[in-house]
Design a binder for this molecule. Structure first.
Ligand code: GDP
Ligand code: CA
Length: 310
């Protein structure tokens, strides 16, 4: 079965592990957020692409929730001791990947080409695509100023309330090679339980990706990142409250107007199912906490079963 999955690098990456454990990984294409990308210490870092690469290669640190397992931090400790830029946490193993990516980009390769090579080197069969090869950066406008994603999220610990999210460069950005093909060939399109504003929003801000979803001929199913109206991790609930006016499953569905046919929501939010249905979106109620491999798989199956909605 051919499946295209829109994803960020955290909850999205874990969901992808469930998807590739359920269907043939070679039939899965992940279309990944690049709005978090940054240059730090002269290196090109793509945190969400790396989150997906590490998760699918079985290299992710599951407890920390980002970066690589068995990581050490000697290089960054040296940077700090020398007065260098050390606010963005880069582990030694992780740095190795950034070195390879940075060199390839400097040699003129596209982000999608570099990512494909990294995925192959890690032994992955799944297609991993940046949403775009062009610069697209998420900015947050807050009462305390405007910050790029990593300044807001990491340096300021996402404490500034967000009044507006902007996707700089999105209006000119073309989908990366392979993205539109993956969407057109898919028998099912999934939106992972990623942050709708800062993980999925930047992907949908690429006009031709949004248009491909609007004109889809196959079902598109989103998975809610909220359980009991709270985020499992991160700022999604606060952002939904401020930007959509609430944290029910219906508010999650409202983030994807005209783009989804069904929403997988947690049993803890079952009371929101009718409100979701009123938006013309089929509610699929199940357990959505990905606590282990079995839970990841069960959640993927619940979303994949929606292919029968066609
Ligand atoms: P990021 O790139 O690291 O910000 O990660 P994503 O945007 O891909 O995922 C973050 C979202 O995943 C958060 O809003 C979490 O609430 C959600 N999330 C994390 N773990 C789970 C889980 O086990 N189940 C569900 N339903 N959502 C989850
Ligand atoms: Ca991210």
């Amino acid at each position: 079965m051919k499946v295209a999955v829109l994803s960020g690098g955290g909850g999205g990456a874990r969901f992808l592990r469930g998807v590739v454990a359920t269907v043939d990984p070679a039939g899965v294409a992940a279309i990944v957020n690049v709005g978090d990308d940054l240059e730090v210490l002269g290196l090109s870092v793509s945190p969400d692409l790396d989150g997906v690469l590490y998760a699918l290669a079985g290299l992710a640190d599951e407890e920390r929730g980002w970066g690589r397992a068995e990581e050490t931090w000697n290089a960054l400790a040296t940077v700090e001791s020398l007065g260098g830029e050390a606010w963005f946490r880069l582990g030694d193993r992780d740095l190795g990947l950034h070195l390879v990516r940075t060199q390839s980009l400097r040699d003129g390769d596209s982000l999608s080409a570099v990512t494909a090579r990294l995925a192959a080197a890690l032994g992955l069969e799944t297609t991993i695509l940046p949403a775009t090869d062009e610069p697209l950066r998420t900015w947050l406008d807050t009462p305390n100023g405007s910050f790029d994603f990593q300044q807001w999220f990491v340096a300021r610990a996402h404490r500034d309330p967000v009044a507006r999210v902007r996707y700089q460069g999105a209006s000119d950005a073309r989908p990366a090679p392979g993205v539109l093909d993956a969407l057109h060939e898919a028998e099912l399109i999934l939106i992972a339980p990623s942050n709708p504003f800062v993980s999925i929003g930047p992907i949908l801000a690429v006009e031709r990706i949004r248009a491909a979803l609007e004109r889809r001929r196959v079902p598109c199913v989103a998975v809610s990142p909220l359980i009991g109206r709270q985020a499992v991790k991160g700022p999604a609930a606060g952002m939904l409250q401020r930007l959509e006016g609430g944290t029910s499953a219906a508010h999650v569905a409202q983030c994807y107007p005209g783009l989804i046919d069904a929403l997988v929501l947690d049993e803890a939010d079952a009371a929101d199912a009718d409100a979701v249905a009123e938006l013309g979106v089929r509610p699929l109620v199940t357990k959505t906490l990905m606590r282990d491999a079995a839970a990841r798989r069960a959640l993927a199956e619940a979303a994949l079963n929606a292919v029968a909605l066609a």
